[in-house]
Design a protein around this ligand. Structure first.
Ligand SMILES: [Zn+2]
Length: 285
């Protein structure tokens, strides 16, 4: 499932072909994804200029010149495919691939790019909302601050976690507390900060919280940077934005040596709230 860095990478991949460009034509090939698509979506998108392409948590937000914002969620398996027309010897040559079974929404952009939303499992979503009220949309209302934003820091986190007995892992996955963190990057951040996933959230010392906030930012920024390098490869290939392989320090490494310098521990796996937590019992306390 794409997490914040993957969604940010997709946003950065789409920005050059969407921002400042008009949507010449839009097509919805089915009435619903996870939920019904907004009424007359294709009609409401056609002719609009994308004035900004933003991200909030795991949502991509395309602000439109007419005052609405297109909200895009990739879900479990959603991908954005970018194809372009190119000049070939002998004339104008179309290189858009033939439509595939799970191509659900297609945008023809000014400038020649075609953006296709392909989603085999259809856990993805799209909706339209007034730009001025988009933060109040049901998908976005109640989300905590962005972990890479200025509102997220150790004193703020300490105040929110004070007295709470829920495991630190669960606290960080709570989207009302911090927006956009998923299982993988929470595991990686807790390892980097030396905090055990089962530790009661209110019991983490202030200096550890400082380390944790720094770790969350670093882990996300490194993954976004890695996504940026994979983006260059994708752009040269078929413009398929959605899945990226990163290397992780603990996630998926059960039974392997801990990578903390000087630690002789072994990565363990436990299940918390139905999801795997990978951690080192030796250096995460
Ligand atoms: Zn360790």
């Amino acid at each position: 499932m794409p997490e914040l860095p993957e969604v940010e990478t997709v946003r950065r991949g789409l920005a050059p072909v969407m921002e400042g460009r008009r949507i010449l034509a839009a097509e919805a090939r089915r009435p619903d994804l996870r939920w019904p698509l907004p009424e007359r979506m294709a009609e409401r998108l056609t002719g609009q200029v994308v004035t900004a392409l933003r991200r909030r948590s795991k949502y991509i937000l395309a602000d439109l010149s007419g005052g609405e914002t297109l909200i895009i969620h990739l879900g479990m398996s959603g991908r954005m495919l970018i194809s372009t027309e190119r000049m070939a010897p002998g004339g104008f040559h179309h290189v858009h691939p033939a439509p595939e079974k799970h191509d659900h929404v297609v945008l023809e952009m000014e400038g020649g790019a075609r953006i296709t939303f392909n989603d085999a499992r259809r856990f993805g979503a799209m909706d339209l909302a007034p730009t001025a009220a988009v933060e109040a949309h049901k998908l976005l209302a109640g989300l905590g601050p962005e972990p890479l934003g200025n509102a997220f820091d150790a004193p703020w986190l300490a105040a929110r976690l004070a007295g709470r007995r829920m495991p630190m892992k669960a606290a960080l996955l709570d989207q009302r507390l911090i927006a956009g963190l998923g299982n993988i990057y929470v595991c990686e951040s807790l390892w980097r900060a030396g905090v055990a996933p089962e530790r009661p959230a209110g019991s983490v010392a202030p200096d550890r919280l400082e380390r944790l906030v720094a770790a969350i930012r670093t882990v996300l920024e490194e993954a976004i940077a890695a996504g940026g390098s994979s983006l260059r490869d994708y752009r040269q290939a078929d413009g398929d934005l959605g899945y990226f392989q990163h290397s992780f320090a603990v996630y998926g490494r059960e039974g392997q040596p801990c990578r903390t310098p000087g630690c002789i521990g072994t990565v363990s796996r436990i299940v918390q709230s139905g999801r795997s937590s990978f951690f080192c019992p030796t250096c995460q306390i």
